[in-house]
Design a protein. Structure first.
Length: 161
C-alpha cells in the first residue's frame, strides 16, 4: 500500500506456529521494503521470564523499534522491558480530550499508546524531511537514521540500546 511506517501497538503471547511463520514473513517483507516498524513492549515487567519475547518483537528485534511506556517522571516504567525508546503512554500523561476518550476502556494503554505516539513522531520527522530535500527523506527511511533522529530528540533523556 506504499506505507513508510507500520505501528504494531500490540503484543501476542501465544501464537499458532503457522500464524507465527506468516507474521514473520510479513515482517521480513516489510523490512525488505524499507518500512519502519514500531512495536509495543509487552508490559508484563518481571512476570515473564527474561529470555522470553512476545510477537511481533520476537520476529526481528534488531530491525524493529521496540517502544515502552515512560512514567510521569520520564523514566522507563517497571512494566516495560527490552525497549529501544520510552514515550508517554498513560492516560494521565495525555491531553484531557484523549484521556477522556480512553477512560471508558479498561485495557492497559501504556506501551500500546506510546508505540502509536512513536509512529506518529516518525511520520512527522519524515514529513518534515520531505519539506527539506528528497535525499533527507530517503535517508530517514532507514532504521539506523531514524533511530539516530530519535536519539537526537531524546539527548537529555534515557534511551536504550
Amino acid at each position: 500500500m506504499g506505507v513508510h511506517i507500520i505501528s504494531m501497538s500490540w503484543s501476542i503471547d501465544n501464537i499458532d506456529p503457522k500464524d507465527a511463520r506468516d507474521l514473520q514473513t510479513a515482517i521480513d517483507t516489510a523490512i525488505s521494503a524499507g518500512i519502519l516498524l514500531f512495536c509495543a513492549s509487552d508490559d508484563q515487567g518481571n512476570s515473564r521470564p527474561e529470555d522470553s519475547e512476545t510477537y511481533p518483537a520476537r520476529c526481528n528485534p534488531s530491525a524493529l523499534f521496540r517502544i515502552g511506556v515512560a512514567t510521569r517522571s520520564g523514566s522507563q516504567s517497571e512494566w516495560a522491558r527490552r525497549v529501544d525508546f520510552i514515550l508517554p503512554g498513560q492516560k494521565e500523561q495525555l491531553i484531557p480530550s484523549v484521556g477522556e476518550q480512553l477512560s471508558s476502556r479498561e485495557p492497559r494503554t501504556a506501551s500500546s499508546l506510546a508505540t502509536a505516539l512513536g509512529s506518529g513522531i516518525a511520520a512527522l520527522i519524515l514529513y518534515c524531511a520531505t519539506l527539506n530535500r528528497k535525499e533527507d527523506f530517503d535517508d530517514l527511511r532507514t532504521q539506523s537514521k531514524m533511530k539516530a533522529a530519535f536519539k537526537n530528540l531524546c539527548k537529555s533523556h534515557q534511551t536504550f540500546d
